[in-house]
Design a protein around this ligand. Sequence first.
Ligand code: ATP
Ligand code: MG
Length: 434
Amino acid sequence: MDERTYAAEAAPGEEVTVAGWVHELRDLGGIAFLILRDTSGRIQVKFEKEAMADDLVETGLGAHRESVVAVTGAVEAEERAPTGVEVVPESVEVLAPADTELPLDPSGKVEAELSTRLDNRTLDLRRAEGQAVFEVRAEVLRAVRAAFRAHDATEINTPKIVATGTEGGTELFPITYFGREAFMNQSPQLFKQLVAGSNVERVFEIGPIFRAEEHNTPRHLNEATSIDFEGAFCDHHDAMDVCEAVVVAAYEAVAENCRDQLEALDLAEEFEPPEPPFPRFTYEDAIDRVNATGALDEQLVWGDDLPTEGERALGRDVGGHYFVTDWPAEIKPFYIMDHDDDPDLSTGFDLMHPRMELVSGGQREHRRERLIEGFERQGLEPEAFEYYTEMFRYGMPPHAGWGLGGERLLMTMLELDNIREAVLFPRDRQRLSP
Ligand code: ATP
Ligand code: MG
């Protein structure tokens, strides 16, 4: 469109064309208002029925809610208008009419079920809250990229169609690849390690991961966005430092650049970036603390994974982000390095938000013999991973890294009840389209 002015930028004294959706029609008799909405905000269009041509009034007031219209006219100051200005139309063109029946109400006055909203995402994202979540998501990704660059990491993209999963197992989606069996990748883990072992040294990736998890929870998706880091010559402490910096940078950018969005989400008052450094305590301390809360019917013993209820109790106890370090080697994957002085303990860590796990990471096993032993201990066939283990023959530096669930970061940051709110078109057990 030529010469279109955003609603929020129309200034008194100008002649403009504004274009957007009919948010509301208010007919007061002799005078009527059309509230036009675009990505920048809303503007009032005033129809004085007696003073204006009949067809102009008919076109403007005949456009149903959510129809797309272009209005040309003079902008005038008007104190009583929602934004302090209004357009006195000279012409109105309906660019795309909307049905009179809408599957949901984009003004948000009538609440809709999540499934109805997801089925009609285009309409749903016309609500200020819906738009705000995805504007924040874009800002988070921008800030995360900048934080990684500030830590000398290079952005990479690794394949999502793979011959073997990262950890094998039941969480893989099989596909047919020219008559051969292949899978959708669960994690860029092995690939990012292969690049960290090159001269590139520090890498990050923001991309999809696919998990055929059977369960249907408010914090699991079958296609999620993983924010991954891997750095050569890093140990698990260095990796936690980068992780903390990236998470804090994301919050700070949102606090600074997403005021309107936080307002729309009713978070503006309380929104505060978490304070680094995040406490780091060991798995052993974590289970003691969980047991001390009395939240679980059965006491945890060394070697147990933290159950969801335990994570929540600990989260309430700590009250902010925290790392859990030194997990039992047995419950961490083969590529995580164990402590040399205690092989039952791994260098694996998780970053927790009081509500849930956000990150898993650790120092990686870079010694080929030990890596292969790890495969065998986990019941995996090292032969299937030769493309990976071979590279450990040619100078694989010590390295460490982590993976952060992008939607979980957003969900916890914006206090969303369901992870599906943080994805445009979520994939779960029931949902394959849109
Ligand atoms: P959980 O125990 O919560 O299911 P996980 O330990 O299986 O997670 P990891 O393999 O450690 O997950 O993946 C690293 C991060 O990726 C997780 O901490 C989480 O933020 C995110 N993530 C993993 N699986 C999913 C999923 N199915 N949906 C959304 N995010 C996920
Ligand atoms: Mg994990």
